[in-house]
Design a protein. Structure first.
Length: 312
């Protein structure tokens, strides 16, 4: 479901509930009022039914609703805050797109940033909000890469504000340092500005109270990411070519480690790994990503780059 359709559905359901409440308060003598409300109710229910039949949207969209100090009801929002907040959300999405395609370097220009651009297409009611959409001239039958990135950004921001620490740690297991940095900037702005937020993307609908913003800002500030390469001795337990996953028995205290296989390795190469290295002494070259909280490792993930025979 697209963000616009989700918002329209929510508005229709709220209107249906309001009409139902008005009808419940009418007396028996209010015949004409009841007739008018019943007609309105049928109209709203028909609109809701038609909305449910609309095919799903494959392009990216999100709605950012802001509250708190920068906002004056539904009348206005501080322009500097709004510009920076929307810009940081856009920057987060662009970096996720680049990271998902393996093109996000440690520093420098974000690749294909123009292709990751969302456009503000409307101001939406409900405090003060902005509707951001991907402008796509052609109809798609699968989710666009930008929609996937917007959905991922939505899940990531929600994880930072999440009460459950374990859910947060799971969500940031493979986070990139530059993605983390933009997330940190976003929540720091929200906290310093005394802002709250509601983020809607497709069916996902997340609210960030002042407490959730403070929790997210603290987590983003105390979380760091380390990326390093390491060669480890041991034996390959196996590779799943179709899933690009591996298991390797390391000779040190880590025992059996599991992780992903680098996307540049083909299914044919992975098949050869199974043929040549399973239960054979070998050396695996790994990318290791460590997520630390207050300098303590909370998650460690592995990506297999290559395997070679162990030198006698």
């Amino acid at each position: 479901m697209s963000t616009v359709r989700k918002l329209e559905r929510d508005f229709l359901k709220a209107d249906i509930k309001a009409v139902g409440s008005l009808m419940a308060r009418l007396g028996e003598e209010d015949v004409m009022s009841r007739f008018g409300l019943e007609e309105k109710l049928v109209e709203l229910q028909s609109s809701l039914a038609q909305l449910e039949e609309v095919p799903p949207e494959m392009a990216a969209s999100a709605a950012l609703f802001f509250g708190g100090k920068p906002v004056i009801g539904s009348h206005g929002i501080e322009s500097e805050f709004a510009g920076v907040a929307v810009g940081q959300f856009q920057d987060l999405v662009a970096k996720i797109v680049a990271n998902d395609t393996g093109r996000l370097a440690e520093r420098g220009t974000v690749p294909r940033k123009a292709a990751s651009t969302l456009h503000i297409t409307n101001i939406v009611r409900g405090s003060f909000g902005f509707l951001l959409e991907e402008i796509q001239p052609q109809l798609q039958i699968v989710d666009s890469s930008l929609k996937v990135a917007v959905d991922e950004a939505t899940r990531l921001l929600d994880a930072f504000g999440e009460d459950d620490e374990e859910k947060f740690r799971t969500a940031v297991e493979n986070i990139d340092q530059r993605v983390l940095g933009t997330t940190r900037d976003f929540f720091d702005l929200m906290r310093r500005s005394g802002a709250t937020m509601r983020l809607v993307a497709g069916d996902a609908d997340h609210s960030f109270s002042a407490d959730a913003v403070a929790r997210a800002a603290e987590r983003a500030k105390t979380t760091t990411v380390e990326d390093l390469d390491e060669a480890v001795a041991g034996q390959l337990a196996g590779v799943l070519p179709e899933f690009h996953q591996f298991e390797f028995r390391v000779v040190d205290e880590r025992g059996t480690i599991r992780g992903k296989v680098h996307r540049d390795l083909s299914a044919h190469q992975l098949g050869l790994f199974n043929k040549d290295y399973v239960n054979v002494n070998a050396r695996a070259h790994l990318q290791i990503k460590r997520v630390l909280r207050n300098d303590t490792i909370v998650r460690e993930s592995y990506t297999l780059l290559s395997i070679e025979p162990e030198t006698p």
